[in-house]
Structures are given as C-alpha cells and as structure tokens.
Design a protein around this ligand. Sequence first.
Ligand code: KG4
Ligand code: ZN
Length: 376
Amino acid sequence: MVRRGCQQNFVWFCRAGRPVKKRELEVGTRFTLKASREDLGEGLMAYILGIETSCDETSAAIVADGTRVLADVVASQIELHQRYGGVVPELASRQHLENLPVVVEAALQESGIRLGDVGAVAVTYGPGLIGALLVGVSFAKAVALARQVPLVAVHHTVAHAYGCWLEYGGLPLPAVCLIVSGGHTSLLYWQSHEHLRILGTTRDDAAGEAFDKVARLLGLPYPGGAALERLARQGDPAAIRFPRAWLEPASLDFSFSGIKTSVSNYLKAHPDASRADVAASFQAAVVDVLVGKTIMAARQEQVRSIVLAGGVAANSHLRQRLAAAAGESAFAFFAPRPEFCTDNAAMVASAGFYRLQRGQVAGLNLEASSCPVLEI
Ligand code: KG4
Ligand code: ZN
C-alpha cells in the first residue's frame, strides 16, 4: 500500500538519488504560456471551474472573481479507503474517474451557471498521487479544449493558502502561511499574487501523516487526525515528554518521523499507558514545533499576518495555540473554516483566478506531477 505524501513520493521516484532540497522547489516549470489580456477575453472576469483530485477527495467548484464561491462540491472517498488504513492509489484514481463528471455537473447545477458560461478551468496538477492527479488534469484539458477556454495549472500547496484568501475575501500581505495536511507541511512566504516562496518544508512525514500514523498506533480509524484530537481532550499534554525536532538552529524545515517512532517505542514499553495521555502529549509536541517555527518565520520575514491552512488546520489545539502566539507578537491571524481547510476545488479556482489574471495559462501539454516545483 502507498501512503500519500509529496516527500514520500519524491523519495520513491528518486531511489538512487538524493533527498529534495528546498531551493529546487522554487525553480519555474516549463509548461506555462504567457497569454495577453486580449487572448484571455472572458476568462479575466469569469466564473472559474475548479477541479481537485490530488488525493482522496473529488471536488469541483465554481468561483466568481476569485473570492465568491457559487458552488463547492466534494465527494469524499474516506469510507472506501478506511478499511485499508490508508489511501489505496489505484482505487482513488478509479473513484475519481467515476465521481468527477457527477461532481462537476452538481457544481454547475448548484451555481446556476452553464458550462458555456465558464471562463476558465483551473486544476490541481500536483503534488499528490499521480494516478489521481491524471484524472483531474485530463478532465480539465478536455473541458478547456471543448469550450475553448484557458486552462490554468494550480499547485496544491498554493491552493491551500487561497482557501484562506477565499474565506476572508483577501488578507493583509505579506503573510507567512503554515500549510499542514496529510500530504504536506510547508511554511510559505506570501508577498503578493506574483510572489510566493517556500521557507521550509518537511524532510520526512507530513504533520497530518504523523497524526494518522500515531492514531493508528492508538487503534483509531483512518484518517485519525480528528479522532486523535478528540481523544487528546481527555488526556494530560504534560504526561509524557515526546521529542521536539527543532533541527538546526534557524531551520524552518520540519521532521515528524522521529516522534512517531518515539510514540511507537513508548507504547511497546508501556502497554498499559493511558491512550488519552499519549494522544495529548503527542499533539502537544507536534503543535509546539509547528507554532514555534511559524512564529520564527513570521519574525524573520517581518510579515503582517500568519495564515493557517490544510487539513490539520482543523485541529482546535493548533488553531488556539497559533492564534495566541500570533497575538502576543502582534501578527494578525487567519485560518479558514474546516471545509476550506481540507481539500476542495474552491481554493483551486481561487488560486487559478489570480494566476489567470497574470496571464499564466497552461498548454494542453500540461503534465501532472507527484511533486512539482512551486511556481507562482
Ligand atoms: O488537506 P487534507 O484534507 O488532505 C491532504 O491534502 O492531505 O488533510 C487531511 C489530513 C489528514 O492527515 C487528517 O488526519 C488531518 O488532515 N486532520 C487532522 C484533523 N482533521 C483532519 N489532524 C489533526 N487534527 C484534526 N482535527
Ligand atoms: Zn491538501
């Protein structure tokens, strides 16, 4: 079975190679065309059809002017994958293939617009599960070709940041964004729609992946993040001192595989330990590092706001701790409601809108990529 995760995928694809370096994520990609305002026509002020199929959620959305969500339909595959304890890539791809046309139709109906009114199609091209991404990218190309509208390629991590933009109808920039999900953990510096770069990323497991793995050790069902948080509410966060991986001084990278091993070793050595104490102590350790590094990044970059997004942003302990720490250092704090934290196509459409405004249109040779460079 394959677990999701950009870092994970990258390592598999580079067995003989070396681990990913942060700077490599900042180089531009090949497939983008620069379109003029005349070429874009309706697309510039348009309804954008967003498509998201990077992991186990099939989603389509219609967003107007980058911030007005007219429809955001999500078909979750959690039930399908639950019995395997993780996402099974081939099943995910097949399910996307089946669900995507239905979800797109539902989004059009809910928004009250026709396919002919769509001015552009924005699609997640990576990072994610390659077979799953291919379904969304192929579908988006077909719509763009048939309707003769621009195709816009959206990086999934960037889309998560726009989930927050959508929620608030804009944000005070520059901002530092902590994007924490099952597949990625990244700190981004977000200066403007034209300038966004990676400050740090996970060197191994993503934060959500660590939550899911520890939840499994505690006998909780997949995906375990929310269940672990509920269990942690009954436990003592100071009961066990799990390690905090701060890495080198001033490093804004993360590492969560060590703590998962510590929890596993602890449970073997203390089979009668309180599961709630283990959950609370694990959560406290992960949140300490996430909050500490985000504040360090925000001070270093002298930003106005801190933005929290991605599936793990639904964790109320993380939200509260980061909001409090941001407040103490006089940074504004923003986190979207849970449905804009987890994977959805509205955030893809929003990110696509601003990309389109800059004339960043993808060719029909757009490739899906499990771990693409970050291009803005
Ligand atoms: O963004 P998302 O929906 O999908 C990916 O792009 O990966 O994030 C899903 C991840 C899962 O690992 C899930 O366990 C985690 O978000 N998650 C949580 C909570 N709710 C979801 N982790 C911790 N606490 C939560 N309340
Ligand atoms: Zn995601």
